[in-house]
Design a binder for this molecule. Structure first.
Ligand code: ADP
Ligand code: MG
Length: 234
């Protein structure tokens, strides 16, 4: 059986001539369905570029990306939008909630446009933000806003959840709580999950740990001492 994500010889340059940056410089990568993968690496090493390519936010110069049996490199703009909309949940460092919608409405706008949404109230309950449903983002703490943005990503029932520095703006307590929800979602829905982080400790909760350096995969290891988010030393 083939892997859920398969990347071959991925290249992406930004800029030209003397100013060219090899953001991805020949990446080969595979990940099985249902895994939690943590991506580590110095700033500027190509982590976000890699995640954005997998999520169909940007396109490669060379190479192929296959997700869930579908080659996304070479999809038409329309097909790529459908792919992003129905298969991918994104969570970023800054929550990007719509300020003049309530928490429930923020989740609702996504539920309304996807093919197979989960029940909104079930998702709010799973993230333990149901009591905050009628509040506006500005009335929530950072951790609560991040849980709302995870709810918004999850209501699509995405097959792949992509998280870029999702705890980057949170304190230890809120980080742990957000990571516990990521773990719970992964267990409950078997959502394949990729987490970019600067925090080495988060790798302890991964099935697979990837290190990126200078646009290349430096190492990919299976974690045989996987810990729950509750027990990692953040
Ligand atoms: N849209 C862009 N335009 C120009 N350069 C970019 C762009 N996106 C990323 N880069 C460059 O590509 C390299 C990798 O960036 P990025 O993937 O964001 O790294 P990381 O997420 O590991 O910090 C960096 O040198 C960055 O400056
Ligand atoms: Mg980045």
């Amino acid at each position: 059986m083939s892997a859920f994500i398969e990347i071959q010889n991925a290249h992406k340059n930004y800029g030209t001539g003397d100013a060219v940056v090899h953001a991805l410089d020949g990446v080969d990568f595979a990940l099985d369905q249902g895994k939690i993968c943590v991506i580590l690496g110095p700033s500027g090493s190509g982590k976000s570029t890699l995640l954005n390519m997998i999520g169909g936010l940007d396109s490669l110069d060379e190479g192929t990306i296959v997700v869930d049996g579908e080659e996304i490199t070479g999809l038409s703009k329309k097909k790529l939008t459908e792919y992003r909309l129905n298969k991918i949940g994104f969570v970023f460092q800054f929550y990007n909630l719509i300020p003049d919608l309530t928490i429930r409405e923020n989740v609702e706008v996504v539920a309304e446009i996807v093919k197979h949404p989960l029940d909104i109230d079930e998702v709010l309950a799973a993230l333990e933000i149901d009591s905050l449903r009628d509040r506006f983002p500005v009335e929530l703490s950072g951790g609560q806003q991040q849980r709302a943005s995870i709810a918004r990503a999850m209501v699509k029932k995405p097959k792949l959840l992509l998280c870029d520095e999702l705890t980057g703006a949170l304190d230890t307590r809120a980080s742990r709580q957000v990571l516990r929800f990521i773990e719970k979602i992964n267990a409950q829905y078997h959502t394949t999950t990729m987490i970019i982080t600067h925090n080495e400790a988060i790798a302890q909760m991964a099935d697979t740990i990837v290190r990126i350096k200078d646009g290349k995969i430096d190492s990919q290891t299976e974690n045989d001492r996987k810990k729950s988010a509750e027990d990692i030393e953040l």
